[in-house]
Write a protein that binds this ligand. Sequence first.
Ligand code: PGA
Length: 305
Amino acid sequence: MHLTLRQLEVFQAVARNLSYTRAAEALHLSQPAVSMQIRQLEEAAGLPLFEKLGKQIHLTEAGHEFHRCAQAVGRQLQELEEVVEALKGVQMGHLRISVATTANYFATRLLAAFARRYPGTTFSLDITNRKTLLDQLAANETDLVIMGKPPDELDLDATAFMDNPLVIIAPPSHPLASAQAIPLRRLQGESFVAREQQSGTRIAMERFFSERGIKLKTGMEMTSNSAIKHAVEAGLGLGIVSVHTLELELEAGRLVILDVEDFPIQRHWYLVKCLGKRLSPVAQAFFDFLMGDDAAHLIQPIVGR
Ligand code: PGA
């Protein structure tokens, strides 16, 4: 059966008024236009929907069924309209956000502040590695991504929104722990516990040292910042991590940041989307929130330490 929403709308007007004339008035149509729509609907149904007894029209049995279903469709359409309106106002939007492993340390804090501002919103947060983030962007599987600078050659729209300094960490008992202005060459004798090859942290670290002609001993690799911090605390070597991963360990005095020449490595966090992607209202609101002063303020206290 091929029906249009317009036909159902006309049908409902007639069913409510039990009069073609009054239905036509309500819909600002001519009476013949209403009759024609009903005739087409009856043809599509293969059954009469109204019957005339004397001067009065009545719903047939099929007409009653149509009326019930048309009301349900009307309610659903109304609901859809409300949801769409709410989405436009951000109140009921769902945000799909994916973040680099390291960004996990502050992403939930940002989401919590955003949720306080827009209480009706919901989120799905995927914490994953850099390669998966780029794959998700290519497949349009996420609204927004927080990561280090993506490769220039990809069709992405990347906006820097926050500093991401990388620092060298050591246990407080390390001989270099209280040294000042440690020359880079002094690090060549040290073992490093490094992040995996494709991580943003590792790429930045490799670039920094190769530009300065320094070769580090990076025999130990780990895919998580917290594994690196535990390894450094346990004396396996020095580590290079984002300062955003360090709040608790610095506070508890379990790790220290070494004062090394040319450090920290200055990086930035980027908010990334596919080039030309139209953000949903909630994604746009999150984007605007991150670009505003409030978000930077939230993260500020841990950057300064
Ligand atoms: P990562 O962080 O090191 O966890 O990949 C992202 C980045 O710094 O680019």
